[in-house]
Design a protein around this ligand. Structure first.
Ligand code: GAF
Length: 369
């Protein structure tokens, strides 16, 4: 075992492809410059000690108690990673410090799990590949924390590339970086955190997943990735027909939009992706029903301020909106969202420009030993 190991893993925004990951579909996320730094070193005998710069008290877990559903709160995420490694563990101290805004839909949890997975892999000299670490981080969230999420967030946090969005096939887990350097075109990607409270987000996420699985089952396909618009009539006869048609229509059209955006980016026609981003938002609002008034208002304000396209990003029910716009329109757009939210009595949004950052990596100076 080494003396210590430290990793940094980023949060993400998703350019397009929402709720398609657990339908074996396509996503196009980018890592952002906010991330979580995890340092791990040998700790007290038989104990895993979790310390967070964002929490007042450390959490101690005796190693035999490292079992799904026995750990709650923020420490369940890093604890889940150590559980998912499935190795005999010594006592360890795990220290984390994150600047990914919490509850904003920017994947603070993947930043946490991926940074801990990387640091633990180095400290314990396990030799796992980045892809194996993605699987560990995902197992932590699905199998230990109990969140039925789809895998996009861990994939981009671990494999993100500076200057590129990552085109991911969530069936094969093949990924391809697609250059996304907006500066050169005088463009910017603006992220606006609605600060809307996440109401019932966990239950609604699980409900959307169940509807998609049911729709796939009714159609006799492995996942909605395999369905087409001409299949929708077959869903209409199910007892939940109206809802299944809407949910499936979002997934089918969203998978197509991701591929259309990739084709446009590949041919350098960046501004032309705007209408596809906005169509994605309409589909999430009207068919998948995962937006809330706080984010719909922001999208309208951004389009009114001249954005080429705008959409909610992430799991939904609050969180962030992204917009593609001219770099010199950023200030006016930021003022427009503040005014629009204020006029409706919503929380003051927080806007920042982002660009694709690097994925998870070891930090210099760690791994001594
Ligand atoms: C959340 C989940 F964690 C992802 O797996 C994905 O489903 C996303 O919501 C929606 O696209 O971030």
């Amino acid at each position: 075992m080494r003396e210590s190991a430290s990793w940094l893993a980023p949060g993400r925004v998703n350019l397009i492809g929402e709720h398609t990951d657990y339908n074996d579909g396509f996503v196009l996320p980018l890592a952002i410059e906010y991330g979580c730094r995890a340092s791990i070193s040998p700790g007290p005998d038989g104990v895993l000690r979790f310390v967070s710069a964002q929490e007042s008290d450390p959490v101690d877990i005796r190693i035999p108690a490292l079992q799904p559903e026995r750990v709650t709160g923020w420490a369940a995420y890093p604890a889940g990673v150590l559980w998912a490694l499935d190795v005999d563990l010594p006592g360890l101290t795990i220290t984390v410090d994150s600047d990914v805004p919490l509850g904003a839909g920017l994947s603070s949890s993947a930043a946490l799990t991926c940074s801990v997975a990387g640091a633990a892999n180095d400290l314990l000299e396990l030799g796992l590949s980045p892809r194996e670490l993605v699987a560990v981080a995902r197992r932590a969230e699905n199998g230990f924390v109990g969140a039925p999420t789809g895998g996009m967030d861990q994939l981009i946090s671990m494999l993100g590339k500076a200057g590129s969005v990552l085109f991911c096939d969530m069936r094969t887990l093949d990924v391809r970086p697609v250059p996304f350097t907006l500066d050169a075109d005088g463009l910017a990607l603006l992220v606006v955190d609605s600060k809307a409270p996440h109401k019932h987000a966990d239950g609604e996420y699980a409900a959307r997943r169940r509807s998609c699985e049911r729709a796939a089952h009714v159609l006799g396909v492995t996942a909605l990735r395999d369905a087409t618009l001409s299949d929708l009539d077959k869903l209409a006869t199910d007892s939940e027909g109206e809802e299944l048609v809407k949910r499936a229509r979002h997934i089918i059209t969203e998978n197509q939009r991701v591929q259309d955006v990739v084709a446009l980016l590949d041919s350098g026609r960046v501004r032309e992706i705007g209408p596809l981003l906005t169509a994605s938002h309409a589909s999430m609002r009207d068919d998948f029903e995962i937006t809330v008034p706080e984010v719909d208002v922001l999208v309208e304000a951004l389009l009114g301020a001249g954005a080429y396209g705008a959409r909610m990003t992430g799991g939904g029910f609050g969180g962030c909106v992204i917009a593609l716009l001219d770099a010199d329109a950023v200030d006016a757009a930021s003022r427009a969202v503040a005014e629009a939210a204020g006029a409706r009595g919503f929380a003051a949004p927080h806007a920042f420009v982002t660009s694709p950052a690097a994925g998870a990596h070891a930090l210099d100076g760690s791994n001594a030993g």
